[in-house]
Design a protein around this ligand. Structure first.
Ligand code: SF4
Length: 438
């Protein structure tokens, strides 16, 4: 999330006693063993200030042997938009103000008795050793936690060892509390603070279903982290071998030759699978030569059996010739029940794409490249069916591995569009076959 929303260089450090499973780009730092802030000195023994190890942050300059701007995030913060301004803001200490709480609570006796707070430390920033006095205060006064037993945010409201003007607040419109305010997609930060009060309807991020927020949470990613090593290949689209006459409309006049295959695969893939849906690959003129060539290159060739044809339900099979004009009347006649496009009510999903997971790419008989044959079919249906929109741009001329290097296509515009589209709402088949990644 930070990579996607911050322009400057940064170092991402995680203080934790559970280093397993953390992404490799994160620098893992053990929680400094300082009494009484390390959890081993209080966790499970006393309940004063449940997050007291957060005070260790205020000595981060020493733990990390670095100066300059520091920005801290709780683990349950979603960054939704650019935080570039944080760099300049970090010249002065900043914290958050709980503007979702009713105003005037400080005047309430009960609120004061429990040392209630408007401070929220889900995100803080400062420069070098500015907050050191806070760190020293809690070290020198270990009993202080009995006073601010609820948490470190209460401490910041009531005790100001670094001066009453020490903390500044980030602009309120930059952040919101997902649980206590309306969702604000334009804010920079979404907080998932919970008061954990019985009967309160709040969620943590692992219960979140809003795919826009989930896509921020999972961050931007490339369609393929590493260049695909598996290829699914359609050798020919010249014949309808499915036994279903409806599929005649997908028949074209394309076939890959040995020359095409050599040009496309200058770096031969590890695995090649010949797609066997519309035309039998063995109908391709260079079929045997292509298999031999792949085998000589060390690629493992797989030829799956033709999938058993499930009859497509077609109502009102239209009598429209390819050369016919599309008119309002013949559009009305054209109803095909099974389309790959998702026509159900828009739902927001995060797709766990099988092509991405398997590091697989699909190339059709024209030489066009797609993550999988379903995306190819979606684009084909967009061309053939009068009422089949696609919601991403597609450039058929550029997307052709016979003319452009495969690598250039896989890491370029069309694939970025598929990728973005996968992160929003994608094909019905994506959801049914590949499922969610959360
Ligand atoms: S169906 Fe969708 S999610 Fe599945 S491999 Fe194809 S593009 Fe990816």
């Amino acid at each position: 999330m930070i990579d996607a929303n911050y322009v400057n260089q940064f170092r991402m450090v995680c203080f934790t006693d559970e280093p397993e499973g953390i992404r490799e780009e994160v620098e893992v730092h053990p929680i400094p063993d300082i009494k009484p802030l390390h959890p081993k000195y209080w966790f499970g023994e006393e309940n004063y200030c449940w997050d007291r190890s957060k005070f260790l942050l205020f000595n981060a300059e020493e733990w990390l042997a670095t100066t300059g701007p520091f920005c801290y995030f709780d683990l349950d913060v979603i960054i939704q938009d650019s935080i570039d301004e944080f760099y300049d803001l970090a010249f002065k200490p900043h914290i958050l103000y709980s503007h979702w709480q009713p105003e005037g609570q400080l005047k309430l006796r009960r609120f004061r008795d429990i040392r209630g707070t408007y401070f929220n430390s889900s995100c803080m920033m400062w420069w070098s050793d500015q907050p050191k006095k806070i760190y020293e205060d809690v070290i020198e006064n270990p009993d202080i936690f009995k006073t601010f037993y609820k948490g470190s945010d209460n401490y910041h409201q009531w005790r100001r060892p670094a001066g009453t003007e020490f903390w500044n607040f980030l602009p309120h419109e930059w952040y919101y509390s997902y649980n206590y305010q309306d969702t604000d997609y334009d804010a920079k930060l979404a907080l998932f603070n919970q008061n954990i009060i019985e009967g309160e309807d709040t969620i943590s991020i692992d219960q979140l279903e809003d795919s826009i927020l989930l896509n921020h949470w999972y961050g931007k990613y490339d369609m393929y982290k590493d260049f695909p090593t598996r290829v699914v290949l359609e050798l020919s689209n010249k014949h309808n071998d499915t036994g279903n006459s409806f599929n005649d409309i997908f028949v074209e006049d394309d076939e890959l030759t040995l020359q095409d295959v050599k040009r496309i695969f200058q770096d031969p893939p590890e695995y090649v699978t010949f797609l066997h849906t519309l035309s039998k690959p063995s109908r391709c003129k260079d079929y045997m030569k292509i298999i031999e060539w792949f085998e000589q290159q060390g690629s493992q060739v797989m030829i799956p059996a033709m999938a058993e044809e499930v009859p497509v339900e077609v109502s009102n099979m239209p009598d429209i010739k390819k050369s016919d004009q599309v008119t309002r009347e013949n559009i009305k006649k054209f109803k095909q029940k099974e389309e790959y496009r998702n026509v159900a009510k828009e739902e927001k999903w995060v797709i766990d794409c099988e092509a991405r997971n398997e590091n697989m790419v699909y190339i059709n008989a024209k030489g066009q490249v797609f993550p999988c044959s379903y995306i190819a079919r979606d684009i084909l249906e967009n061309r053939l069916y009068p009422l089949h929109p696609i919601d991403y741009p597609y450039n058929p001329k550029y997307n052709n591995a016979k003319s452009f290097p495969l690598k250039e296509i896989v890491y370029n515009a069309d694939f970025e569009c598929y990728n973005d589209s996968l992160k929003k709402d994608h094909l019905k088949i994506c959801k049914e076959t590949c499922g969610r990644c959360v």
